[in-house]
Ligand binder design. Structure first.
Ligand SMILES: NC(=O)c1ccc[n+]([C@@H]2O[C@H](COP(=O)([O-])OP(=O)(O)OC[C@H]3O[C@@H](n4cnc5c(N)ncnc54)[C@H](O)[C@@H]3O)[C@@H](O)[C@H]2O)c1
Ligand SMILES: O=C(O)C[C@H](O)C(=O)O
Ligand SMILES: [Mn+2]
Length: 595
């Protein structure tokens, strides 16, 4: 076992797979990483002084999962189930992950989008137990000491950070943003096999502009308006510098920053540290894979596509950039590729004159159309834009529920017998259209994928086109390769690998992406492609390191053959399984990192 399975410091993983541990009975029961509840064996109960602390039965993990699932099933609301899962994660991580793994289709929407959005909005009201790391802009000096609570230099593989400004489609959620970091990390462990004790969910509390929150007496974060400009930049810089110094191996995943900051942060840090932005690059990757799968299924070429992106924020522009990058690898110039993409935002289609009027950002202007091509067209009307462009692909990241109206979709369908339509805004109520309508309006000819899960319509599956299909694999690939940065080529390798897994080729009613039950294998395959690309580009540090923990340290050699490398990746992934514990006396070098 290598990095992602390396033991936390209060324990020692022995060569036979058991864990030496110096915790006392109460400590071990109150440690979500080590607690087994009724699954402690009789020997372990004797060794750790647990006999009086547990009822006599010794359960298996299977039995525990069954009991937990029964408890969960009687809860009536998704938010109630989300609370149950949160509390399970805080009590016994192995049971939590095994429960979700077995019921992934049912529980992914509970621990992730869409229910997590409601949990985030209700954070200060439903709060019970703190999780994660809160960094406070009023005390930037303390960034290092706050992060230091999570261990020493080799203890952390992966960090998700959010400032809570652009949570899903529900905007500024202030300090509640900690929960998007926690939720994404749960998927990193569940699908990406990252050890749950080797991660940090981080909230940058820089204030909130959400008046409902700042007026709420139960709100737990800073109530002043969001800090912007130099102080914000300095705070982010400090965070990155501390991570780099303190956890030099950690990959940083940016999540749900506001549109004003997301791209700037990525530009600023992407060459300084191994990092990526999930809304920009993760979303770009998964959408690109779905597009490739849709085009392959209908025998069309990427370069013949005409694309309208509706909502050109982090996700919309991330998708546009990924499409350009793929078109370029297929022989187009950057400008040719950009010309095939038409971006809309709140002021309508992005056109060149918006530079003077200030109605579009610099990054949006990269995709600006010539005003003269749009004379006599109402560029604020999606229907008119669709009529003019006759797109083959329509993508929604606008948070505007219902924006893909019957008229818009029928106009698109009039010119294109197999329209590719992706309403991606989360949570579910913000989708630009629902699959049922899209299929009805196009005689079931549309190729549809959505941001949150939907039931099949007339047997047609619309895949969940969510970045949860891409970020765990990209993140795991970056962690295992120890890449210095995450390059565009590594992301493109992830795209191609995921596209290869589309079940649509062999089954016309299948989704464009694999079913959620296959998300873990998709993630390990994506990670493999990412690692091989990092090695090829000379960005991987893994082979320069010595494998720790073995008696004779040796250099790691990663197999270059895809299948062999994939086996190696799978062997590194953490799995929710109980290991036997052996009691050892208190050790000097043991510290209580992440109970
Ligand atoms: N499915 C996925 O994997 C996925 C990934 C990321 C984001 N999303 C969803 O996409 C949406 C946007 O996320 P984001 O991170 O890009 O947010 P963002 O705030 O960066 O972007 C939203 C953009 O929509 C624009 N917009 C607002 N009103 C509009 C209108 N009437 N017409 C056109 N554009 C309009 C905004 O100006 C902004 O540029 C959210 O609902 C989010 O949940 C989904
Ligand atoms: O979190 C999700 O469900 C996807 C995406 O990152 C989003 O912001 O909507
Ligand atoms: Mn997001």
């Amino acid at each position: 076992m290598l990095y992602s399975n390396r033991k936390p410091k209060s324990t020692r993983l022995t060569s036979d797979g058991s864990i030496e541990c110096d915790l006392t009975g109460f400590q071990i029961l109150n440690s979500p990483l080590f607690n087994k509840g009724t699954a402690f064996s009789l020997e372990e109960r004797a060794a750790f002084g647990l006999q009086g602390l547990l009822p006599p039965v010794v359960n298996t993990l299977d039995e525990q999962v069954e009991r937990a699932y029964k408890q969960l099933s009687v809860l009536r609301t998704p938010l109630g189930k989300n609370d149950f899962c949160t509390s399970m994660r805080q009590q016994n991580k192995i049971l939590f992950y095994e429960l979700v793994r077995r019921h992934i289709r049912e529980l992914l929407p509970i621990i992730y989008t869409p229910t997590e959005g409601d949990a985030i909005a209700a954070f200060s009201h439903r709060f019970r137990k703190p999780e994660g790391c809160f960094l406070d802009i009023t005390d930037p000096e303390s960034v290092e000491t706050r992060l230091a609570a999570f261990g020493k230099s080799k203890d952390v593989d992966y960090i998700v950070v959010s400032d809570g400004e652009g949570i899903l489609g529900i905007g500024d959620q202030g300090v509640g943003g900690i929960r998007i970091s926690i939720s994404k990390l749960s998927l990193m462990t569940l699908c990406g096999g990252i050890h749950p004790g080797r991660v940090i969910p981080v909230c940058l509390d820089v204030g909130t502009n959400n008046k409902t929150l700042s007026d709420d007496e139960l709100y737990m974060g800073n109530r002043f308006p969001r800090v912007r400009g130099e102080a914000y930049d300095a705070f982010c810089d400090r965070f990155i510098e501390v991570v780099k110094k303190r956890f030099p191996n950690a990959v940083v995943h940016f999540e749900d920053f506001g549109v004003l900051n997301a791209r700037n942060l990525l530009k600023r840090y992407r060459n300084r540290i191994s990092c990526f932005n999930d809304d920009i690059q993760g979303t770009g990757a998964v959408v690109m894979s779905s597009i490739i799968a849709g085009l392959n299924f209908t025998n069309r070429e990427l370069l013949d596509s005409k694309i309208v992106v509706y909502g050109s924020g982090s996700a919309g522009l991330g998708i546009a950039d990924q499409i350009v990058s793929h078109m370029v690898t297929h022989g187009a110039t950057v400008q040719e590729a950009r010309d095939k993409i038409h971006c809309m935002d709140r002021f309508g289609l992005i056109v060149k004159s918006m530079k003077e009027t200030g109605l579009a950002s610099e990054d949006q202007l990269l995709y600006a159309d010539d005003d003269k091509d749009w004379e006599n067209v109402n560029i604020k009307s999606l229907r008119e834009v669709v009529e003019h462009v006759k797109p083959t692909i329509l993508i929604g990241c606008s948070t505007q529920a219902g924006a893909f109206t019957e008229e818009v979709v029928k106009t698109m369908y009039k010119y294109n017998p197999r329209p590719i339509i992706f309403p991606l805004s989360n949570p579910t109520r913000l989708h630009e259209a629902v699959p049922k309508d899209l299929m009805e309006w196009t005689d079931c000819n549309a190729l549809v994928a959505t941001g949150s899960p939907f039931k099949p319509y007339k047997g047609y599956v619309s895949s969940e086109n969510n970045n949860c299909f891409s970020f765990p694999g990209i993140g795991l690939g970056a962690v295992l390769s120890r890449s210095t940065t995450i390059s565009d080529e590594m992301i493109s390798a992830a795209v191609d690998e995921l596209a290869k897994m589309s079940p649509k080729v062999s089954n016309p009613k299948a989704g464009l992406l694999p079913p959620v039950e296959e998300i873990t294998v998709a993630s390990s395959r994506i990670a493999t492609a990412v690692i091989l690309k990092a090695l090829e580009q000379g960005l991987a540090r893994i082979e320069n390191e010595f494998q720790p923990g073995t008696r004779k340290s040796r250099k790691v050699v990663v197999p270059r053959d895809f299948d062999e490398c994939h086996e190696w990746v799978k062997a590194q992934m953490w799995k929710p399984e109980y290991r036997p514990y052996i009691k050892v006396e208190h050790q000097q070098d043991i510290h209580t990192h992440q109970y």
